[in-house]
Each structure stands twice: as structure tokens, then as C-alpha cells.
Design a protein around this ligand. Structure first.
Ligand code: HEC
Length: 195
């Protein structure tokens, strides 16, 4: 009996040690997503600067960065297959740009965290396999309903499986090579036929 308990404890300790933290999406009982606390230790995909989906209407002197990270297991799977496995967690953080500080004379660097948005693939849980969550300061993120424009824009314009791989420079060549680009994206970038 004692050996069984010991073995179980050892196995639990081993699993805890080898399975990286928050590699699997976790939810509260209210269906909110638990904040992926250690995403800054995950794989870095890109930084967008002042990217906007609408014609420019930037506030004078106000600039934004966004940084995208993904859990390491999903990144490794993408390298092999050119697409995302179940339990992919993509995190987009927004940071205000700063210009004046320390020795900086020109250009911009990143300031405090603004918002955090997460795109999760959880096939058994979500009808469209993927869902979006938005975080404030708290530990739990609210689900954006399927009717939110997040879903339609990502479905209509993103290069791979509703994610914007066309802007993730280490992944785009992989997707190209493996032929996993979405038909929506191919249509977006197709050269219009001559009239
Ligand atoms: C009109 C198009 C559009 C809409 C609407 C939109 N996004 Fe995105 N989203 C983008 C683009 C473009 C990127 C790539 C950003 C980059 O390269 O830095 C992106 C990237 C992301 C990422 C990084 C992972 C991925 O899927 O590529 C997350 C997370 C994300 N968006 C969340 C949201 C959420 C949440 C909403 C709704 C509240 C939303 N987006 C609405 C265009 C859109």
C-alpha cells in the first residue's frame, strides 16, 4: 500500500515537472479562461507596430505595439505539420509605445502592458474548435461570443487555421512549404485576373 502511495506521488511529481505549466487551456467554473501566467516564457512569434484593421485614424503621437506568443508544444507541432494542434494557446499582448526615456533620442520602445487577448484551440469545447478571450487585470478572461467580429475577420483573412501566420515570419515559410494556407487567404492574395 505504502509503495503504491509512494509510486503515485512520484509519478505526480514527475508529471508536474515534465509537463510545462499551462500547456493545456484551463477554465474557471464560469467558463472563463485562466490567465496563462507564463506566456512570456513561451515562443515569440512577432511584434506588430501600429497595425490597424481600419484606415489610419491614429491619435497624434500615440503608437502601439502588439507581441504574439504561443505555447511551445503547439509551436513544435506547427514546425512538423504546418498547422496548429489541439490545445494551441496564442497570446497577443498590447503595449503602448514610448519615445522619450533614458538615452533614447528617436524611435520607439515598449511601455506598460495594455491588454491581453488569447486565441485558444480546444476542439472538444468550442463548436468552431477555436475561441477568443479578453483579459483585463484579473486572472480570468471573458469569452468573446461567436458573433464577435474576431471570428469573422480571422476566418476571412488569416493564413492558417484562423490565425495570422502571414505576419509570423518564422512560421509562414513552414505553412507555405507544407501547403497549409487557407483558401480564404489564397483568395485574398490572388492576383486579380486581367480584364
Ligand atoms: C479586421 C480583422 C481582425 C479582427 C476584427 C480581429 N483581429 Fe485579431 N488579429 C488580426 C491580425 C491582422 C492579427 C495579426 C497581429 C500581428 O501580426 O501582430 C491578429 C492577431 C490576433 C491574435 C494572435 C493569434 C492569431 O490568431 O493570429 C489574437 C489572440 C487576436 N488577434 C485576438 C483577437 C480578438 C480577441 C478579436 C476580437 C475582439 C480580434 N482579434 C479581432 C486581425 C483581426
Amino acid at each position: 500500500m505504502l509503495t503504491l502511495v509512494k509510486t503515485t506521488l512520484l509519478l505526480a511529481a514527475f508529471l508536474f515537472w515534465v509537463v510545462p505549466d499551462a500547456e493545456v487551456p484551463q477554465y474557471t467554473s464560469a467558463g472563463e479562461l485562466q490567465r496563462p501566467e507564463h506566456y512570456r516564457e513561451w515562443v515569440y512569434l512577432t511584434s506588430g507596430f501600429d497595425m490597424s484593421y481600419n484606415p489610419p485614424m491614429q491619435m497624434e503621437g500615440h503608437h502601439m505595439f502588439d507581441n504574439v506568443f504561443v505555447n511551445p508544444a503547439a509551436y513544435q507541432a506547427f514546425l512538423k505539420t504546418g498547422t496548429w494542434p489541439d490545445h494551441t494557446i496564442l497570446v497577443l499582448e498590447e503595449r503602448g509605445a514610448r519615445g522619450k526615456g533614458s538615452i533614447n533620442q528617436s524611435g520607439n520602445y515598449q511601455g506598460a502592458l495594455g491588454g491581453l487577448e488569447v486565441h485558444v484551440k480546444d476542439e472538444a469545447r468550442f463548436p468552431g474548435k477555436w475561441a477568443f478571450f479578453g483579459f483585463g487585470d484579473g486572472k480570468a478572461g471573458k469569452l468573446f461570443p461567436q458573433s464577435a467580429d474576431c471570428y469573422s475577420c480571422h476566418a476571412a483573412h488569416a493564413a492558417v487555421d484562423t490565425t495570422f501566420v502571414q505576419f509570423y515570419p518564422t512560421l509562414m515559410p513552414i505553412a507555405n512549404g507544407k501547403g497549409t494556407l487557407s483558401s480564404a487567404f489564397e483568395k485574398d492574395t490572388a492576383i486579380p485576373a486581367q480584364k
